[in-house]
Structure formats: C-alpha cells, structure tokens
Design a binder for this molecule. Structure first.
Ligand SMILES: [Zn+2]
Length: 330
C-alpha cells in the first residue's frame, strides 16, 4: 500500500522548470483559478513520449485513499481536503492552486461534492484527460440517488457497491493513462473492491443487530442516504445533501417531534460539520422530557486524523458503523 503524502510534499517531475514557470505565473499574475484551466495542459496530450505518473492530487481523503490503494507504491498521493474539512464549503488557497498546477493528474469525487471547485474541475477535465471524477466510474446513473433533475446525492462512497465500481473504473482509467502498469492497477483495484465487498457484508450484519424500531440514523447533514439504502437503516438529516444553508427551525421542530414520539435514543454529529443544529435538537428533546444522547461523531465527508482509526476509508466506514450500533443499541 502506498502512503498518502502529507499536504505540501510535492514530488518533482521531469518538466519541473516548466511547471515552476506556470506556478510563478499563477501566483504572481493574479489570474488564479480562472487562469489555471487555460495555463495547465497535459504534456501527453501534445507529445508521443510516455507520461510519468508520480504525483496524483486528490480532493478528498476518501478519493486519496482509493487512489493510493489502486495506483500502488510508485505514486505519491496528495489530498487537498484533510481531516475535518467540509468539501461542500471548501475553497482553494493559492497553495492549493499551486498543488493542482504541479500534479501529474487530479482525481476528484464529483457530483458537485466539491462545490467550490466543480465548475473549474469539470471544465479542466474536458481539456485535460488526466483530470478524472470517480463518480464518472459509475456507468449506471440509475444506481445514484437523484435529488433533482441532473442533480445527484454526491456521498456515493457510503454505498460500497458503488465505491467498488468506482475503484474498478479507476483501475481502468490509470491503465489508460499508463498502459505499462495496467496489470498492477487492475489487480490492485480488484483486491480493493474485494475488501470493500467484505466490508459491506460486515456492515449489513452489524446494522442488523440494532433493534428494528431503533434503526434510524439522524445526522447534521444528509450524507448517509447511500449508507441507509445499502445497509437497511432509515436516515434523517437536519440539513440537505449540502451544508451550504442553515438548518430551518421548522426542520428542527419536526425532527424533535419525530424523535420524542418514536423514543429514538441517539443523534450523531459529524467531524466536518458544525454540531449547532444537532445540539439544538438535543435541547429541544430535553425540553420535551426526552433524554436524547449524542451517539458519537461520524466521519461523513472527510477521513479522520491520524490515530483516530478513521484515517483510511475502511477505518472510517468501520468507525461509523460501530458508532451507529453502539449509539442506537443501548
Ligand atoms: Zn456532505
């Protein structure tokens, strides 16, 4: 397994002086992001010489974990959005723009998860074949949760069948980018997918241990729709599929009513989202005489910090399922 490089560790590559010039132009010309999609072009798009993939930049930790697993030990993976960072609200710093300019390839999650980068990344991916959205690896769009016309719930890593499909597609994409290493990419993708299949089976059997009347997950924002669908647990959230709007008082009152009526024991906060609305629901239930407990912190849209047990995707998923089972079973 290759290591995900700490943010800021940039791997040198053969055309470094050209990139250095691009970065200089980016940082000092003031064009920033708007310029980058025009400035950064793939050398391999214009040259017959093989491109070396040593430095892949990923937006989220979940994407970074998958790329590290599938790309193997020869590739350095950097992640833009570390533990606790909300991808819905993320906007890049000049240093992030520099990292994007220096990367040999960019892999992002997609479906507008990275709202502040979405338009830029989609535009860039049309010009540059080495910018790829993992969500594009889901061939059957009917498997995604549609929330409006042409708008899908972006949290598809929480359905491990979809995340497996994304891993296998990533293996094919890397093989297309670097055919010399195709066999390695494909076999590592298959091994990772097999681990995810086992993880999903484990998750289903764990969630089934929660008494049926208590099998309801209430969280700050709607990041667990895919998990609910795949593990057979009802899901409610204070905010919608993005965190960019305030929770409404009406939604909080409706949830308090439902929790008190059904005697739901626990609600969950999220590592990358403010727990303000969750606290408001706990207070509301307390005023109604129902002692709603905080079931723990879920890792919804970002991996956990080192030592948390959730610093890998598999660890994150296990940590979330364990928190749900212990919070709702007592
Ligand atoms: Zn989210």
């Amino acid at each position: 397994m290759s290591m995900i490089q700490p943010s800021g560790a940039v791997f040198p590559r053969s055309s470094g002086h050209q990139n250095g010039l691009k970065v200089f132009l980016l940082l000092f010309s003031g064009f920033g992001l708007a310029c980058l999609s025009g400035c950064w072009e793939s050398p391999s798009a214009h040259s017959s010489s093989p491109r070396v993939f040593r430095n892949i930049l990923c937006t989220t930790g979940m994407a970074g974990d998958m790329v590290a697993e599938v790309a193997g030990p020869d590739v350095s993976v950097q992640v833009l959005m570390g533990p606790g960072v909300d991808p819905h609200l993320f906007s890049p710093s000049p240093q992030d723009v520099e990292k994007m300019a220096l990367a040999d390839a960019i892999v992002y999650s997609g479906l507008h998860l990275e709202a502040g980068l979405s338009a830029y990344l989609e535009r860039l991916s049309r010009k540059n074949p080495h910018v790829y959205a993992l969500a594009d690896g889901i061939a059957d769009r009917d498997q995604l949760i549609r929330v409006a016309h042409e708008l899908y719930d972006p949290h598809f890593w929480n359905d491990l069948e979809l995340w497996q499909a994304a891993a296998l597609s990533l293996g094919e994409k890397l093989a297309e980018w670097n055919p010399e290493q195709a066999t390695g990419y494909q076999s590592r993708a298959a091994a990772y997918a097999a681990r995810l299949a086992e993880l999903q089976e484990w998750g289903r059997s764990e969630i089934a241990r929660i008494p049926e009347s208590r099998r309801i997950l209430i969280t700050a924002h709607d990041a667990f729709g895919y998990l609910g669908r795949s593990l057979n647990i009802e899901v409610e959230a204070v905010q919608g599929i993005s965190t960019n709007t305030e929770a409404s008082i009406r939604t909080i009152e409706d949830l308090v009513e439902a929790i008190v009526t059904r005697q739901i024991p626990a609600i969950f906060s999220e590592s990358s989202v403010s727990d303000k609305s969750v606290r408001a629901i706990i207070d509301g239930c307390q005023r109604r005489g129902h002692d709603l407990k905080l079931g723990g912190v879920l890792y919804s849209d970002a991996l956990g910090p080192p030592g948390s047990g959730a610093e890998t995707f598999v660890g994150m998923y296990r940590s979330n399922v364990n928190a749900m089972v212990s919070g709702l079973s007592d």
